[in-house]
Design a protein. Structure first.
Lengths: 308, 270
């Protein structure tokens, strides 16, 4: 086994991103902020993929996190970004804990479609709820950091960089625990997992909650950065986008979703700018190229071939 | 000797097929029991009933005095009843070493070790060492060290079989149930595998129950034979006696020559 260098890489990346943020133009800071926040959601999807599950409805928790954070300012006048992240993560975590009792019973296409159905229910509810702005959603208060209003975009950007780094370290640690290591075993042979004395259902439930918390924090950060939330956050195309990024990045490391996310939203941004009418084709082609040449995602560029 | 496992009046039907017909068997601690019978006679069903994969229509199973009939397989495994499979059940995307680590991880986890905040490598309960050390040690004992970093998917049949059995040893089984440990293995390898497994099991003081079709293997390694036919036990004696029993001769041993109608559907590969 090779030694895990994730800690070093994360710390290095943190310093690098924080430093380049000082010299990069404003719009790239915003782009990276959104990419890393959404990368948190994708990190949760990666946990599922490792266990052989695909959630077509992770936008559910992304949206719950966003609305929880937004409501904090909208109804209670609170705007501290740490509070927003806490609210987003907690709300989604609780939602995932409750729904997890149902979801952990299903595998394969049933897991995927049920998750999709749940996210569509939330979308439907939000669209019909006047108090939350129906289809228009509502604006999120400009956020503060420990009481101060960050004047510089750099501060907000660094916050997301640090949040992504912390999440990466936490998830990486989880993956090295016996419960985290169970994921590929569940994917390969669930009966054997049960016959070894472990509950696959419980392991999946735990992953569901972790993914929910990550998506909630991601949603809160996006809500805070964009300054507006609407039911589109729970729409199935949003979930699809997350899966797209997850496949693009791969499941080889906790950093793969973040890398995939940065690349995806960069391509998205440039493609949209250069060819406003055919940008989807550019993205689609990019994914095709990755699937054909790097079936294990972009992260496989960083992994030396494993001996079979 | 004390009884460790006691199956009482087990009955199990799959539609019109009776896979267990009033099965009674009390197994002594530390004994080695061979299960024989033609395909569909109820041997694997017996194992599936004991490990909780199947629930009997009636009857009960007691382990060390405790009724384990309602428990799911994972709880029965945690109590120390572990099984191997006729068709090896491995984690094919992982290496041999990782296959062992998954099992050891579960053992650690069930002992409340190896959590998110665990520092260093915790010791595996029952073994003197960390998961990596124990995995290496067990692979060594089963002669699998040379395959350590090979993907489980590309292993030869005999090696898959051994790995399947080695994976059951991580939980320090009190009762080891082996479903055809030597099927699909060349004749020369059979005795070697049985010796290796039984040495490992007896070193742990485990009771062994194994399903076997090769009567040479049975008479050499089993201390007691349970012969199954049509879901029922038709003989229960030491191999020298059981294998000479006229009914066993007719329905089991002589099955190569006068194979009775093979029951269909009764066999379940978990």
């Amino acid at each position: 086994m090779t030694r895990d260098r994730t800690l070093l890489v994360v710390l290095g990346a943190l310093a690098f991103f924080a430093a380049v943020g000082l010299v990069m133009p404003k719009w790239t800071l915003f782009l990276l902020t959104i990419a890393l926040a959404k990368g948190l959601v994708v990190m949760g999807l990666m946990l599922f993929l490792r266990a052989g599950l695909v959630s077509f409805g992770q936008a559910l928790f992304f949206c719950v996190g966003g609305y929880a954070a937004g409501s904090l300012g909208h109804f209670l006048g609170r705007s501290d970004v740490f509070l927003l992240m806490l609210a987003g993560g907690a709300a989604s975590g609780i939602a995932a804990f409750v729904l997890g009792f149902l979801m952990a019973r299903y595998r394969g296409i049933f897991f995927g479609l049920l998750s999709l159905a749940l996210s569509i229910i939330l979308y439907g509810l939000l669209v019909k709820t006047e108090a939350l702005g129906s289809t228009d959603g509502f604006n999120v208060l400009p956020y503060t950091v420990l009481g101060a209003r960050p004047g510089e975009d750099w501060v907000r950007y660094v916050l997301v960089v640090v949040a992504a780094g912390a999440a990466a370290l936490g998830v990486n640690r989880y993956l090295s625990t016996p419960l985290g290591r169970l994921a590929p075993a569940i994917k390969d042979n669930e009966i054997r997992v049960e016959y070894m004395g472990a509950s696959a259902r419980r392991a999946i439930h735990v992953k569901y909650v972790i993914a929910g918390v990550l998506a909630g924090i991601g949603g809160a950060l996006v809500a805070a950065a964009v300054g507006h939330i609407d039911p589109e956050m729970a729409y199935w195309t949003t979930s699809g986008e997350f899966i797209f990024v997850a496949i693009l990045g791969g499941t080889g490391s906790v950093l793969a979703p973040l890398l995939g996310s940065i690349i995806f939203y960069s391509i998205h941004s440039f493609a949209f700018d250069l060819s406003p009418n055919t940008w989807q084709m550019v993205l689609g082609t990019a994914l095709l190229v990755v699937i054909v040449f790097l079936p294990n995602g972009l992260w496989s560029l960083f992994v030396r071939g494993r001996v079979a | 000797m004390a009884t460790i496992l006691d199956a009482r009046s087990l009955n199990k039907c799959f539609g019109a097929v009776t896979a267990a017909r009033d099965v009674n068997a009390a197994v002594d601690t530390g004994s080695i029991v061979g299960l024989i019978g033609t395909n569909g006679a109820g041997k694997t069903t017996f194992i599936n009933l004991i490990t909780g994969y199947l629930k009997p229509d009636s009857g009960s199973i007691h382990y060390a005095g405790r009724n384990i009939t309602p428990l799911p397989p994972r709880d029965i495994t945690r109590l120390g009843i572990c099984r191997s499979f006729q068709i090896p059940q491995l984690y094919n995307s992982l290496t041999v070493f990782e296959n062992m680590l998954v099992g050891l991880g579960v053992v650690l986890r069930n002992a409340g070790r190896g959590g998110f905040f665990q520092r260093g490598e915790p010791k595996v309960p029952g073994f003197d060492g960390s998961a990596t050390e124990v995995a290496g040690h067990l692979l060594d004992r089963f002669g699998l060290t040379e395959y350590r970093d090979r993907s489980a998917q590309v292993l030869p049949g005999g090696v898959r079989k051994l790995l399947d059995i080695a994976m059951t040893m991580v939980a320090k089984p009190k009762i080891l149930l082996l479903d055809e440990p030597t099927s699909g293995v060349s004749a020369e390898e059979k005795f070697g595998i049985m010796e290796m497994v039984l040495t490992a099991a007896s070193a742990e003081g485990a009771t062994v129950i194994f399903v076997e079709h090769d009567m040479e293997v049975v008479s050499r390694f089993a201390e007691r034979v349970l012969a199954f036919y049509d879901g029922a036990i038709i003989a229960d004696a030491p191999p020298a006696v059981a294998l000479r029993d006229p009914e066993v001769q007719r329905y089991v041993v002589g099955s190569e020559l006068h194979r009775p109608d093979v029951k269909s559907g009764a066999r379940r590969h978990a």
